[in-house]
Design a protein around this ligand. Structure first.
Ligand SMILES: *Cc1c(COP(=O)(O)O)cnc(C)c1O
Length: 355
């Protein structure tokens, strides 16, 4: 029998979402309710003839677009096949057996899986009221801590801490601890946040900021993410990235999508209206919904059995939300914001369940 190395054999498979069967309307994966910029689709189509070639391993146009839009140095940008690839390479490069990656109660589950791949431990600092707590992270740091991984805004909570809190976290961490700020939903939160410059933390040499094209830019299928890296950190991560990791059309679509900021802002604004309307509707039914700064909401029911009843009723209508038992939130469902029709339908089903 062919056996995997013991720590891989002992790992559970990564818990991907249940996507339902044919005909299911998915409110599961935080995909955009709106199409990407028409300029992005045109840019993707325009390069299809180049498919016999390998993609550019330096992502020059995507880097230039990200740098231009965010006012950054393109030399400090690395791009990944989704930001998941960057998370995985960071954890592989900067932690190993016996080291600890420190996340938070409801932080991104993928970071725990990436830590297990390198036999690093994954430790969770306490969150308060479903919100990241900088003080709790700082007290959870031990000599084993090599990486602190914080999602802001949070997934699956949708909650936000101010940029100034990320700066305070960095000030309080030991210099030999790498801080990774995962800002997958930042475009939805920028208007609500203070002007604290988290990208500037890369200048210190000990902090990485990650962004993605998968959410506000509507390009989850393209697999394109990027990050702002201190030069020395980038050099190590580069060794682990797959060369030619982002396809030619995906690089072209991602760069064009970033250059169409007006489209992205319009998507963010429309999503926020649908989100806040749906959240208010849920609250009117007596459900608890933390204010979201993302394209999804976390719905807290009176009990886990009520959440399960809601899940069954939604499934009976071909609507699928994400169960949160894996995060210790069995009394919650997470709902990606979809079209108004879908959200109204979901709200009607919840009304029926709670009646
Ligand atoms: C969606 C998401 C990402 C982005 O993943 P990609 O690989 O870029 O698609 C990263 N972090 C969190 C918390 C997310 O929810």
């Amino acid at each position: 029998m062919i056996r995997a190395v013991p720590h891989v054999a002992a790992m559970a498979p990564y818990a991907l979402a249940d996507l339902g069967g044919a005909g299911t309307v998915s409110l599961v994966q935080n995909e955009s309710a709106f199409p990407p910029s028409p300029a992005a689709l045109a840019a993707g189509r325009a390069v299809l003839e180049q498919m016999p070639l390998y993609p550019d391993p330096e992502w020059p146009d995507l880097r230039a677009a990200a740098a231009q839009v965010q006012g950054l140095d393109p030399a400090k940008i690395l791009c990944g096949a989704g930001s998941m690839e960057l998370i995985s390479c960071l954890i592989r490069a900067f932690s190993g057996p016996g080291d600890h990656v420190l996340g938070t109660d409801y932080g991104y589950a993928f970071a725990a899986s990436a830590a297990a791949q390198v036999k690093a431990g994954y430790v969770k600092a306490r969150e308060r009221e479903l919100t990241v707590s900088v003080d709790d992270i700082l007290t959870a740091v031990t000599p084993e801590t090599r990486i602190v991984f914080v999602c802001n805004p949070g997934n699956p909570t949708g909650t936000l801490i101010p940029n100034s809190e990320i700066l305070r976290l960095r000030e309080g961490l030991p210099e030999n601890v790498l801080l990774v700020a995962d800002q997958a939903y930042a475009e939805f939160a920028d208007a609500d946040n203070d002007p604290g410059d988290t990208f500037a933390l890369a200048e210190r040499g000990d902090t990485v900021v990650l962004r993605t094209l998968s959410k506000a830019y509507g390009l989850a299928g393209a697999r394109a993410g990027w990050g702002y890296f201190p030069t020395a950190i980038a050099g190590e991560v580069r060794k682990l990235l797959n060369p030619n990791n982002i396809s030619i059309p995906s690089q072209a679509m991602a760069a064009a999508a970033m250059r169409d900021q007006a489209h992205m802002r319009d998507v963010v604004a429309k999503t926020a209206v649908l989100r806040d309307g749906f959240a208010d509707g849920c609250r009117a039914l007596g459900l608890e919904v933390p204010q979201s700064h993302t394209n999804f909401v976390l719905i807290r029911f009176a009990s886990a059995s009520q959440a399960q009843a809601a899940d069954r009723a939604l499934r009976a209508e071909n609507l699928l939300m994400r169960g949160m038992g894996g995060y210790g939130l069995g009394d919650c469902l997470r709902a990606t914001i979809c079209s108004r029709d879908v959200m109204d339908h979901a709200l009607d089903v919840l009304k029926g369940v709670l009646a």
